[in-house]
Design a protein around this ligand. Structure first.
Ligand code: X8Z
Ligand code: ZN
Length: 612
């Protein structure tokens, strides 16, 4: 849905029209002249978009600071303040996008048309031009975010935080206790449902005023391609990695069935979601011990290594920063260290879900993370700092260019770096002493697949669900059943108990109440392997991809930086090409990375009946 045409494509369009109406009457020509007279000039369009950039930038910085305070200190008052700032920001975004329609017929340079198209997509959730509804939307948003962040589970006579019940899911092996933690957390989202439905209604009204069929269609329009083609593109990428996922699901199910018994995990059908080591069954690295290859050389346990060397949260952040600086990228500013939140404060409510912030569109970048000393959070630390590094890299782009090439790029930067955390690299940091031999490769790949491959269908299904919600295909009555239908279809995972009629299980996942689009993470899981493969090729690496680390490679750093500095100033295929030479997202790097594991899995699975 892009209605702003650059001079070039507009000329092409006009000439086609001219052919088909060759015999038009004089009267029509007069009308065309009149219409042309009311078209604003390019200079007016330029002035408008410049002023829009300035207004949005300052409104966004203000909203960012208020949100930062709210996220670090959740109270009745800061919820009100953030709703108020958000209402003003939404009003501004909608007003500018509506006014921009006046310039739709202007023939303008490519880069200006690109800015106009981005202006229409600036709000994740738009509102109609109605102050009351905009206020209602902003209030609901603040409330949903706060319910999620402050949610507690009544369990074993105490009130447990999400962090605490997540630790149970990660490490406990008693099905009853796992179920209590899993089910308990899903009580937190029950009260969200009605407000969520109202929010969808208001935002859809806003999307329609802007010219989109619904919010889902609007989200699919942010990828420099036709929104329908984007849906097909996501399916195509999933098709590339699905055989690998199917093999992994089959093996994990069989091993869990051996461990827990057929009564808890039948060796057919979907896997019950409470047994996979993660509250949302989105990554399965925490059940590695139950499903790892038997015998053979052992891998290493990053959590143990970090604890043995007494790492704290800031040490983990310094290690992540150190990887980027080894590539020739500038270190983070002192204010990052002074203003970030690295650990969960004991005395107040904060939003613990890890996030990276850019407070002034320049150097005031920060993270907010309730860091635990685990291998999982070591990777998340690289993920978050990757966001900050990207933000600083594109800081010299104009307002609309100062963002990720697309949102999947933003999520892939730090993850790609974390793929270079190999045994060799860990040895150079002093964390690991003995490098595991080649016989440990399947074990190393298994751990990685449990985190990364297991994630892919989850990454894909979250917005499949939301697209159906926004289009009206799912209604409040079918929100929950529709969610579980997709969980089963894509992940081969099922609810471990009968879900209550009032359940709103999607709301128990951060990105639903907080309205963060999720397809970005699926794309990032494809892109990070594509980036890694290309980086290793650039480095002249000859061995298996999972043993390749680009640590210290300034040549790779230079092309990586060149891609990051472009931000979104050009269509994303240009950015991708700058770093990888390719203009297409491609899942074949995932397949290549895990090829030895796939072969091993298929051997394990040969007498099992796979699928669900
Ligand atoms: O939300 C995140 C990051 C912040 S952008 C911690 N991730 C997704 C999730 O946790 O569900 C990273 C991987 C997927
Ligand atoms: Zn992220």
């Amino acid at each position: 849905m892009s209605y702003f045409k650059s001079g070039l494509s507009r000329v092409a369009l006009v000439s086609v029209l001219a052919l088909s109406v060759a015999a038009c009457s004089e009267q029509k020509a007069d009308q065309a002249e009149a219409a042309k007279a009311s078209i604003p000039t390019v200079a007016e369009a330029a002035a408008f978009i410049k002023s829009a950039e300035d207004q949005l930038a300052s409104s966004e910085i203000y909203l960012g600071r208020v949100s930062w305070v709210n996220n670090n200190f959740i109270t009745y008052d800061t919820n009100l303040l953030v709703a108020d700032a958000d209402q003003k920001y939404i009003e501004l975004g909608v007003e500018l996008a509506m006014k921009a329609k006046r310039f739709q017929e202007v023939e303008m340079p490519e880069d200006m048309a690109r800015k106009f198209n981005k202006l229409a997509l600036i709000l994740t959730l738009p509102a109609p031009q109605d102050a009351e509804k905009t206020g209602e939307l902003a209030t609901i948003k603040a409330s949903l975010g706060s319910i999620y962040a402050t949610g507690k589970v009544d369990m074993e006579g105490t009130q447990k935080t999400l962090g605490e019940v997540s630790t149970i899911i990660a490490s406990d092996r008693t099905p009853e206790r796992l179920l209590a933690a899993w089910d308990g957390w899903r009580k937190v989202s029950v009260p969200m449902k009605e407000n969520y439905a109202r929010m969808v209604e208001i935002a859809n009204e806003g999307a329609r005023e802007l010219g989109y069929p619904d919010v889902g269609a609007m989200w699919r329009s942010g990828y420099d391609m036709d929104p329908d083609d984007f849906t097909k593109e996501a399916d195509r990428l999933w098709g590339q990695v699905k055989p690998l996922y199917d093999s992994l699901q089959c093996h994990v199910r069989a091993e869990l069935s051996d461990y827990y018994g057929d009564r808890v995990v039948p060796d057919k059908g979907p896997i019950p979601a409470h047994l996979l080591g993660n509250m949302w069954a989105q990554s399965w690295g925490n059940v590695y011990e139950l499903v790892k290859p038997k015998g053979g050389a052992a891998s290493y346990d990053l959590t143990k290594l970090l604890k043995k060397k007494d790492y704290d949260a800031k040490d983990m952040a310094r290690a992540a920063e150190g990887f980027f600086t080894s590539l020739g990228i500038d270190p983070l500013p002192q204010t990052f260290w002074d203003r970030s939140l690295f650990t969960k404060p004991a005395d107040r409510e904060v939003a613990c879900h890890a996030s990276a912030w850019d407070l002034d569109a320049k150097d005031d970048v920060r993270i907010k993370m309730c860091t635990e000393i685990t291998g999982e959070d070591f990777a998340t630390m690289h993920h978050e700092i990757g966001h900050n590094i990207y933000q600083r890299a594109y800081q010299n782009q104009s307002y609309f260019g100062a963002t990720g090439a697309h949102d999947g790029f933003h999520e892939a930067i730090g993850d790609m770096i974390a793929l270079s955390i190999t045994p060799d690299y860990l040895k150079t940091t002093g964390l690991l002493e003995d490098i595991p031999p080649a016989e440990a490769d399947i074990a190393i790949l298994m751990k990685q697949a449990l985190d990364k491959v297991a994630f892919m269908p989850f990454g894909l299904m979250v917005d499949q669900w939301r697209w159906k919600v926004f289009s009206g295909e799912l209604t409040p009555d079918t929100y929950n059943s529709g969610w579980w239908a997709l969980r089963e279809k894509y992940q081969g995972v099922k609810a471990p108990n009968e879900r209550p009629a009032d359940a709103f299980d999607p709301g128990a996942k951060y990105h639903i109440p907080n309205n963060t689009p999720y397809m970005r993470y699926f794309l990032a899981h494809i892109l990070q392997f594509q980036f890694h493969q290309s980086a290793c090729e650039q480095a002249g690496w000859q061995g298996p991809l999972h043993r390749c680390s680009i640590y210290g490679n300034k040549e790779v750093g230079a092309t990586f930086k060149a891609m990051m500095e472009m931000g979104a100033s050009q269509p994303w295929p240009d950015a991708l090409e700058t770093f990888t030479g390719s203009r297409q997202m491609d899942g074949s790097a995932v397949v290549a990375y895990f090829a030895p594991l796939k072969e091993w899995l298929d051997e394990q699975n040969k007498d099992r009946s796979c699928g669900w």
